[in-house]
Ligand binder design. Structure first.
Ligand SMILES: [Fe+2]
Length: 289
């Protein structure tokens, strides 16, 4: 099938979701270490750690190495991130059409995704963004319609427009994580598979960032050699992971489980930041140390 379904590479101007300071802070929270404990454990000056968290990193290679070791991080990816050289894989070869829908949220950007057998035909919507007005703006000029909606988690920035979307787009089927706090949608749990036309969606239940969180693998079984897509919500980002606000341990467990369960060439479509691949994150993601 045609690689023309996807851009040949990620938008070069789209920054990673997390900088070094964000990753450091998340990793400290995961390890239950404050700046003082990390300074003691790593031998890196506390002031330098605080500066790095405050987006003013002045850490040399040896200090980055010691911080990564103290926090159980992937040293290569952590250092690459610090040097502004985190690897960004080429994204192509999906046998279906994918359109990231990027919506401003606070000082950041949140992603939803429209996935269809081809451009211009009704497709699947993964997350609904901040609200229906922002979603409709992001979808322009697409007017093809939505056959089903899949929610990764019920936080406002990802699910703000869910009930409106269901009402507005001809009442498509809507699937939400089991236990999600939303009045719209049918709970969908681990291992469930939905077939919509030639697209097949398989559910991974991945609590950790929030108590009810799903990732979705999207494939096209009629093209067995085609790459798959993993809509990862706030489980994993290019170069980082979601915050373990519900449970750091569960987030880490599901991160390894899901990335290990799909082929390495699977394209990852995160809730924030650019597209990446499973292979790239298994090799470099700081949280897969
Ligand atoms: Fe989020």
């Amino acid at each position: 099938m045609t690689p023309a379904n996807m851009p040949a590479s990620p938008a070069p101007d789209l920054p990673l979701e997390d900088e070094l300071g964000d990753v450091l802070e998340k990793a400290m929270r995961r390890a239950g270490m404050d700046d003082q404990a990390l300074a003691l454990r790593s031998g890196v000056a506390r002031a330098k750690i605080l500066d790095a968290i405050d987006y003013r990193p002045e850490l040399d290679a040896a200090e980055l190495q010691r911080l990564a070791a103290a926090l159980g991080l992937n040293e290569v990816g952590f250092s690459a991130l610090a040097n502004g050289r985190y690897p960004r894989p080429v994204i192509d070869g999906l046998p279906f059409w994918v359109r990231p829908l990027r919506m401003p949220h606070g000082i950041g950007v949140v992603n939803a995704y429209l996935v269809a057998e081809a451009e211009g035909v009704p497709g699947l919507l993964f997350d609904t963004g901040t609200d229906i007005a922002a979603l409709e703006r992001a979808m322009q000029p697409t007017r093809a319609g939505i056959r089903a909606v899949f929610l990764t988690h019920a936080e406002t920035e990802h699910a703000g427009g869910l009930c409106d979307v269901v009402a507005h787009f001809g009442r498509p089927s809507a699937f939400v994580p089991v236990g999600a706090d939303t009045p719209c949608g049918t709970p969908a749990g681990e291992g469930e598979t939905m077939t919509v036309g030639r697209l097949e969606v398989t559910v991974f239940s991945t609590p950790g960032h929030s108590p009810a969180h799903n990732c979705y693998r999207v494939g096209m079984p009629s093209v067995p050699a085609g790459r798959a897509l993993l809509v990862s919500g706030d489980l994993v980002f290019a170069g980082s992971a979601g915050g373990g606000y519900f449970c750091h341990r569960q987030l880490g467990t599901h991160l390894r489980r899901v990335l290990g369960a799909v082929p390495p060439d699977t394209v990852v479509a995160p809730g924030h930041g650019p597209l990446t691949t499973v292979e790239n994150e298994l090799r470099y993601n700081p949280f897969l140390g």
